[in-house]
Design a protein around this ligand. Structure first.
Ligand code: HEM
Length: 522
């Protein structure tokens, strides 16, 4: 008992000492300015009000680049065009080391993921890319639509939904379908259980669990238990598949077939965790559409056209008929007059639109997704500068004219460019038609990453978002942003960039009232 009390106290004392006595080494001219105030209370907002912390840091420092200290390690925060360009082009900035130290939001199991080597991460990434070939994505389209139809059916014919809860649930289901075991995706109860466990990981991530991951506080214990349960569910599914000699057409099977069986458990858990941002984007995209009926109609028109031009009969709503021989044959009504088919038929007709059309012939959906990522993706890119050991010890990286010492962490908040009023006029306004979206300025848009680090799940995430949006705009005659009493909202809530994982507005501040265009499916 004594040790259980003394060890954490000593650790905390040591940590406080390290924080307070931040490196006071001689400051070179090109070193970033230190943020005044490095006590624990100054630094804590970095974890729970990151957007405010970063912005007030710029104000306090009075410079475009500053540094603060975490556990005695320098963390450099960047802003401005030059720093942005240098950051995205720099070599030897390690994303995984940065993410692991500063975020802690991925499941870590001692001895399993805690010391994930670069080599294993690279292999998981390679398999992720392989799981998104055109052929495979094409096969996933009907599966994503069928899962979505099943989930949407549980919402009923009309009512109100919480976009920040129900859309991530829907996306979680389709993500498990696309990246995890088919057996799991087919079991709604297990999908729900997994979702709860991943949510526990998110809520149990605290400053202590990030900075002192080995300290057995209550949050750390909750994280460990949740992580263990995630691994148990996945490893049991793997064991049963291998034991029964079953083969499925899914991502884990690709790892098994390639002889990477040991990677399956880690890979699947990391990929599912990594897909959280798709849920956040879906929540905001549908929320924005629910407050911008003109864009909802533009999206609906585009999807109707897509179906008319690319879907296979008999679900082609405006298939041209040969009326030349019979002048009495009524003319097809214009596309916009077509009543969409029931959800069951709608998902079949959307499912017969080929992948190439979804990927290359949807400019309106593309602009809406891009604009949603610009305004509602609270990402802060994090890296650690790890130069190869053969480099001169004194070798330093310069970003935006400031020196970055080896071992330092570097952060680039996406808000610096995406919410800059110099780059985007009226930056908080969601406007997919804004001309700045075609900006040629370096890295003016980084929503799916930039430079050497771009999103490896981009094709899949974008496809999922388009399919779900298509189901919404054709499957619901109307959907509107309302308050908790069902009254229309005068103004949509603003994405909360301090909520670094989901960007959610205050709970209960926004719902989406919907009414299906068509009868409920069986
Ligand atoms: C709308 C959804 C998504 C968004 C907005 C998004 C955004 C991003 C961004 C901005 C980066 C670069 C991070 C940085 O530079 O710090 C990134 C990297 C990455 N994303 Fe996504 N992502 C999404 C969905 C997914 C999905 C579904 C997966 C698949 C599981 C995925 C896997 C990855 C991986 C593995 C990387 C790291 C790439 C590397 O290390 O080079 N993402 N993503």
């Amino acid at each position: 008992v004594t040790a259980a009390v003394i060890v954490p106290i000593l650790t905390l004392a040591f940590w406080l000492y390290a924080v307070v006595s931040r490196s006071s080494s001689a400051t070179a001219d090109d070193a970033p300015v230190h943020l005044p105030g490095s006590s624990l209370s100054h630094i804590l907002p970095f974890f729970h009000r990151r957007f405010d912390f970063i912005n007030s840091g710029f104000q306090l420092a009075g410079q475009a680049i500053y540094q603060f200290s975490l556990l005695g390690t320098p963390v450099i925060v960047l802003s401005g065009e030059a720093a942005r360009r240098d950051f995205f082009q720099a070599k030897d900035l390690d994303l995984n080391a940065g993410f692991k130290f500063l975020s802690g939001a991925i499941p870590m199991v001692p001895g399993v993921t805690s010391n994930l080597e670069t080599r294993r991460i690279a292999l998981i990434h390679k398999r992720l890319v392989a799981s998104q070939t055109s052929e495979r994505l094409q096969r996933l389209i009907p599966l994503i639509l069928e899962d979505s139809r099943r989930v949407i059916n549980t919402w009923g014919y009309s009512g109100s939904l919480d976009p920040f809860q129900q859309l991530p649930e829907l996306i979680f289901q389709t993500t498990v379908r696309c990246l995890a075991f088919t057996e799991l995706a087919d079991d709604a109860a297990k999908v729900q259980r997994l979702k709860e466990l991943y949510d526990t990981l998110d809520t149990a991530t605290t400053p202590a669990t990030v900075l002192l991951p080995w300290l057995p506080g209550p949050s750390a214990v909750r994280r460990l238990i949740a992580t263990k349960r995630i691994y148990d569910i996945i490893s049991k599914t793997l064991d049963e598949r291998v034991k029964n000699g079953i083969t499925r057409d899914d991502t884990p099977q690709m790892l098994i077939d390639a002889g990477d069986e040991r990677l399956v458990i880690i890979g699947v858990s990391l990929l599912v965790a990594g897909a959280r941002s798709t849920g956040t984007t879906a929540s905001w995209l549908i929320t924005f559409l629910s407050g911008h009926p003109q864009w909802r109609e533009k999206a609906a028109e585009e999807v109707r056209r897509l179906v008319a031009e690319h879907a296979t009969p008999p679900h082609r709503p405006s298939e041209p008929r040969d009326t030349s021989t019979d002048p009495t044959t009524p003319q097809e009504p214009p596309l916009s007059d077509h009543r969409p088919p029931p959800l069951s038929e709608l998902h079949t007709s959307l499912g017969s639109v080929p992948l190439s059309a979804w990927e290359t012939d949807t400019p309106v959906l593309d602009a809406m997704i891009r604009e949603t990522l610009r305004v509602a993706e609270p990402h802060v890119a994090m890296r650690q500068y790890l130069p190869p050991s053969h480099l001169d010890e004194k070798a330093q990286l310069h970003i935006g004219g400031k020196a970055v010492p080896p071992g330092a962490f570097v952060m680039y908040p996406f808000s610096d460019v995406h919410l800059s009023s110099e780059v985007y006029k009226n930056p908080w306004c969601w406007d997919p038609a804004r001309p700045e979206l075609n900006l040629k300025a370096p890295y003016a848009y980084v929503g799916m990453g930039a430079g050497s680090t771009t999103c490896l799940g981009k094709r899949l995430a974008t496809l999922e978002l388009k399919l779900i949006t298509a189901l919404f705009v054709l499957g619901f005659g109307d959907f509107r942003a309302v308050d908790k009493l069902g009254a229309p909202l005068d103004e949509l809530p603003r994405p909360n960039w301090n909520d670094i994982l989901t960007c959610k507005p205050p709970a209960g501040s926004c719902f989406v009232r919907f009414e299906r265009t068509v009868e409920r499916d069986a």
